[in-house]
Design a protein around this ligand. Structure first.
Ligand SMILES: *Cc1c(COP(=O)(O)O)cnc(C)c1O
Length: 390
């Protein structure tokens, strides 16, 4: 980045410390309050007139939430950021700040499933059209962009982990005057900084790596002061998906160890995907880290990937024989998790998820947590061996 700020520099994660912290506490206090009182009438009226910015009500501005927002903006190399109650709240509030009935959104396919469902339900009812493109095919993207209001990216995509050339796609959208957003949850700001690649708004499910301990559901969006100001002005207060002070405090705690955790997830996942790739029971491993080269702009790879078993492997036996890996949704925490593709395909609410999300019935999504690599591999190897015997 231009100012020489390295997100891997652990110490610089403490930049957001509040100088007014009376106790010099190394961990900032949680400002757990719904409202803030005024000293007198003039104080109140000057705040209402907008002559000064100060917290009034936590649905608008809260110092603990603000501290997290400033830390995240710095990590993403963005002017500003705004926190939300969930990743989905960040996605819906961001997109709804910039589109209206009659507008068209272009989105990359194989999106995070609930974003796909948001677009296919609420947005459809509101007359907002979403067309899907293969983010790896720039000609297809170029054909879809003219006349669109917003280009919604996710790279790598959920489940099949298709990694895109984000800078090229952003430049393409810019040439058509289309606003760009990206879901950057998988890479975290340490492995991909989309603002520096020309993207306008960067969205995270902070429930994943930013929190890192599987104890918080939250979201955040980073971008220019102008664009974040627009989200802060309407969607944030009126849709009301505010980030709570306690959750913001947990996220500040999570960010302290983000560089260490991301390196550990990457190291373990690289080793495990290589071994799975070489295993005779495995047909394909979907992980950008196995490619000869990462797309420009992607500086590392995290702990989430999927793989497809060869025909005849009993996925149920595999799942039930694991002990370190737990069956569970979400990812990005300290613990290793799996989700079998067949289980997702059996969900009644999503009849076409094989096509929409690229999920094969023989696939398994796997998150490599912070346990030891060799212990995790032993667990996988033993379960695969049992599942292949059938
Ligand atoms: C989990 C997830 C979301 C949604 O985030 P929540 O915090 O669960 O609302 C969005 N995008 C991606 C890629 C995710 O994995």
């Amino acid at each position: 980045m231009t100012d020489g700020f390295d997100p891997f520099d652990h110490a610089s994660l403490t930049v957001a410390h509040d100088e007014s912290n009376a106790y010099d506490a190394v961990v900032p206090p949680i400002v757990q309050t719904s409202l803030f009182t005024f000293t007198d009438y003039d104080d109140m009226v000057s705040t209402y007139k907008g002559e000064k910015v100060r917290p009034v009500y936590t649905r608008g501005l809260n110092p603990t939430v603000r501290m997290f927002e400033e830390m995240l903006a710095r990590l993403e190399g963005a002017e500003d950021a705004i926190g939300f109650a969930s990743g989905m709240s960040a996605i819906s509030s961001t997109v709804l700040s910039f589109v209206e009935p009659g507008d068209r959104i272009v989105a990359v396919k194989h999106l995070y499933p609930d974003a796909f469902r948001l677009f296919g339900t609420f947005f459809k009812r509101m007359g907002i059209d979403v067309s899907y493109v293969d983010g790896r095919d720039e000609e297809e993207v170029a054909r879809a962009l003219p006349g669109a209001k917003l280009f919604y990216m996710e790279s790598p995509t959920s489940w099949v982990m298709e990694a895109h050339d984000v800078a090229s796609l952003a430049a393409l959208a810019k040439s058509h005057g289309v606003l760009t957003t990206i879901d950057n949850s998988w890479a975290s700001p340490l492995f991909q900084q989309p603002i520096s690649l020309g993207v306008d708004l960067v969205i995270h499910s902070a429930s994943k790596y930013l929190g890192g301990h599987s104890d918080v559901v939250a979201g955040v969006v980073a971008g220019s002061k102008d664009l974040i100001g627009r989200i802060r002005g309407e969607a944030y207060p009126y849709l009301g998906g505010k980030l709570s002070p306690f959750d913001a405090w947990l996220l500040i705690r999570g960010l302290r160890t983000l560089p260490l955790r991301m390196k550990a997830h990457e190291r373990s996942a690289l080793e495990i995907t290589k071994r799975l790739h070489a295993h005779e029971a495995v047909e394909t491993v979907c992980y950008p880290g196995l490619a000869n080269q990462l797309p420009p702009g992607l500086k590392g790879t995290s702990g989430l990937f999927s793989f497809i078993f060869e025909q005849g492997v009993d996925v149920r036996a595999f799942a039930d024989h694991l002990s370190l890996f737990k069956l569970g949704v979400s990812w990005g925490g300290h613990e290793s998790l799996i989700v079998p593709g067949q289980v997702v395909l059996s969900q009644k609410a999503q009849p076409n998820s094989a096509e929409a999300f690229g999920i094969s019935p023989r696939s398994v999504r796997l998150h490599v947590g912070l346990e030891g690599t060799e212990a995790l591999w032993s667990d996988l190897e033993a379960a695969i061996s049992v599942a292949s015997k059938g």
